[in-house]
Design a protein around this ligand. Sequence first.
Ligand SMILES: Cc1ncc(COP(=O)(O)O)c(C=O)c1O
Length: 479
Amino acid sequence: MTSPLDLEPDEFRRVAAAVADALATHLASLPVRGVSASPHPQDLIDAFAESLPIEGEGLDALLVTLRDRVFPLSMAIGSPRYFGQFNPSPIPIAALMELVVAILNQNAGSFLQSPVMTAIEHRTIAWLLELAGLPRTSFGQFTSGGTTATLTALKMARDKALPEVRARGARGIDREVAVYASDQCHFSIARSLDLLGLGNESLRRIASDDGYRMAPTALAAAIEADLSAGILPLAIVATAGTTPTGSLDPLAAIATIAARHEIHFHVDAAYGGAALLSPALRGKLAGIERADTITVDPHKWMMIPNEAGCLLVRDPKGLVDSFDQQPAYLADSQDRHAILPDYYRLGIQGSRRARAFKLWATLKVLGSAALATAIERHVELAQRLLARVRALPDFEVLNEPDFALFCFRHAPRGVSDEQLDENNRAIQRHVEASGEAWFATTVLRGRKVLRVNVESFRTTEDDVDRLLAAIVRAAREVS
Ligand SMILES: Cc1ncc(COP(=O)(O)O)c(C=O)c1O
């Protein structure tokens, strides 16, 4: 008799078709539904306050729950008018491939448990290395996201600079160290330093210029000051597409400073790395090919569903020295690992989801040119929005977009900064509550600003114009 946990092939087909049907209906609703349902947290707690089901209710009940509670109360990340954090609409082909990954359920930590997925990850990494201009001898691996990719890179940098630490822990840190990143860097840098026992105070937040890009002169001065004080510069992190403004640090100038002092050079291209796919935009990232390590997040602008981060590493030996463990129960896999890696030996995770597969499959089905076209269109639409914001009275643009993201604010004359902060916060809330569009706010140089990121391949000129019309309406209401 079939286990109640299993599905006979015909039943599997029926269930999969029913789920696919529900999802297709959801996808079709995206252009017309509100972007944020703005549910109150208590309402959500109440909506799901059910006791543990001892007896299951069956699939039909679940489909009703999806239709009535899960889909409508979710943020419509795939909406053409979602202009939010780095969460582009996921490419449906990539999302469908998640099911393949789950059904095969390979353990991509070890070659033996995941031979094909290991080979596919190896190949996908080879494509990304080539795009980034790293040598063929380089290495890489998929991670849960940018935070873990950068943590892995900085652990490698720490263990290279302080080889005692792996064995002796904090007792092996015999001097003060410093890691340099711009004052616009992602919080994952500070978190990594915390996790690595180096402390948040070792992060030097280098002043950014008027375009929110790291100022190389300030970087060079900070390194000189630390060297004079006997502090060890451990790594420089340049950001290719910062979180608040999408700005691009001057990679080539920073690479030169890193090389001069022989400091580990990491590029956090979690967002902007996707531009490597585009022959038209790739040149902006010149200098990335000089990095020791690079974070790229396919689950950001490459439009692959969460989770898919990636770390590229120039010198794989550094990873081996920093991470390798060889437990006896995985020795069978180790014996065969000479050509393809056991990824568990070279990073944080043990068991691993085969995260490369969805990017590999997407590139196979659609080609990199299709992704590049979508990315280039986002840049174009961001420029359209920029021009329209510039033409409005009472609005102020805070940064020239390096990619498809920029910040602006409603700033009529004669209003105090505090009141402007309040008004801009209220503008975001008004638009969110209307469901017309969604975007975030952030703080730049102490002031609350509107942060708009064009990132959905469903977004059209009309969607951008509707977003701006909603912002202008909200500005009128709050003023
Ligand atoms: C520039 C940058 N780096 C790193 C990260 C961290 O990536 P993840 O959220 O995938 O851990 C982000 C996330 O937004 C980011 O914007």
